[in-house]
Design a binder for this molecule. Structure first.
Ligand code: HEC
Length: 100
């Protein structure tokens, strides 16, 4: 019994930082990189600042909206099931920065 409670507490301790605010890198690695690492089906590649520049010109809110609604080959939500708007923004910032 005590063991179970301990285990639950431990798991919550590990998971809660992930659930509250995810880092752009974490979101990218779990959901976005499938397509955005290699540029599958015309996806703007991570670190390709030229490709991201034209996207970013639309403004963050518009980009977050198009992820949530899906865009052409990108499925609604970009394959992230638990991402908040802030998580998407962080992932966009992470992918569009030129450092690899
Ligand atoms: C199944 C593949 C796939 C996954 C997974 C995916 N994307 Fe995309 N994404 C695409 C493709 C393809 C495009 C280009 C769509 C177009 O403009 O034709 C795109 C475009 C975008 C754009 C630009 C949208 C616009 O309006 O110009 C953003 C921002 C973006 N993705 C963010 C993300 C984020 C953040 C994630 C992870 C949470 C993600 N994507 C996951 C395939 C994917």
């Amino acid at each position: 019994m005590t063991k179970k409670i301990l285990l639950t507490t431990l798991m919550l301790g590990i998971l809660s930082p992930l659930l509250s605010a995810q880092s752009g890198e974490a979101v990218y690695k779990k959901a976005c990189q499938t397509c955005h690492a290699a540029g599958v089906a015309g996806a703007p590649k991570k670190g390709d600042s030229a490709a991201w520049k034209t996207r970013l010109a639309k403004g963050m809110p518009a980009l977050v909206k198009s992820i949530k609604a899906g865009k052409n080959a990108m499925p609604p939500g970009g394959m992230c099931t638990d991402c908040s708007d802030a998580d998407y923004k962080a992932a966009i910032k992470y992918m569009s920065s030129s450092k690899k």
